[in-house]
Design a protein around this ligand. Structure first.
Ligand code: SAM
Length: 245
């Protein structure tokens, strides 16, 4: 009896881990956000298993049925179209329900888009906030106003057709000179990481047809004098020595 969350590649099939393959081979069934997309990966890996649909439109209804299967002793592996399930993808409800029912849950480490984007950005990453997709309409302005006070580097997921509009909104709220980065098509042949002030990123992407998948990182505001300062913000590497000072 166990639920595994299995990260899958975000663009480069070589990024599947050996343990991910093992867990997928040993599971009684695989739950997939889109059975066709995951079917391609499973065929590539020569894995043939019962494949069931678990996506945002049926999440609530299927959770109880899946909990029952797990309680009967089944091992299930949840995958999303790409990256880590539960990160801007379905998974949270099932994990929470399993925990409530004392069913063991294990998320394997593996591909996710925000980590390489954050590290590639060159912005301080000793403290950061993952914002995922901003609300499209309701609540968007409120969220941006809150984030104007944020001192940590912020990481956003965005679609290509909204990129320019979002960068412009960021420039309005955070200031056009705020350092930022746009990572496009991570791990794919045409991976691109553009870094610079928001004004430069806007000028660059305004001249392009923007395609592919995108992560935006934006440095936080200048720390207030009394706030806890980020080591990297001060130009230092993080000291991982966990002895008390
Ligand atoms: N579960 C995924 C993860 O762990 O990163 C995220 C899924 S979310 C539905 C899809 C978004 O992730 C895309 O719109 C994009 O913002 C980001 N993303 C996924 N793959 C990416 C890639 N190869 N390059 C850049 N961003 C990517």
């Amino acid at each position: 009896m166990k639920l595994y969350l299995v990260p899958t590649p975000i663009g480069n099939l070589d990024d599947i881990t050996l343990r991910a393959i093992k867990v997928l081979q040993q599971a009684d069934a695989i739950l997939a956000e889109d059975t066709r997309t995951s079917g391609v990966l499973l065929r590539h890996l020569n894995i043939s298993k019962p494949l069931h649909s678990y996506h945002i439109f049926n999440e609530h209804q299927t959770v109880q049925r899946l909990v029952n299967q797990l309680k009967e002793g089944k091992t299930l592996a949840l995958v999303s179209d790409a990256g880590t399930p539960g990160i801007s993808d379905p998974g949270f409800l099932l994990v929470r329900e399993c925990i409530k029912n004392n069913i063991p849950v294990e998320c394997l480490p593996g591909p996710t888009a925000f980590v390489p984007a954050l590290v590639n950005s060159g912005l301080p990453n000793d403290r950061f906030t993952f914002e995922g997709f901003l609300p499209h309409k309701k609540g968007r302005q409120t969220r941006l106003t809150e984030l104007a006070e944020e001192e940590r580097t912020m990481v956003f997921y965005e679609s290509p057709h909204r990129l320019l509009k979002t960068l412009q909104q960021f420039a309005d709220v955070f200031g056009a000179d705020r350092p930022a980065s746009v990572s496009r098509e991570l791990t794919k042949v045409f991976e691109e990481n553009q870094r610079g002030p928001l004004s430069e990123l806007i000028a660059y992407f305004a001249q392009k047809t923007i395609k592919g998948e995108i992560v935006i990182c934006v440095q936080g505001r200048e720390p207030k004098k009394s706030g806890r300062r980020s080591d990297q913000r001060e130009g230092r590497e993080i000291d991982n020595d966990d002895e008390d000072e």
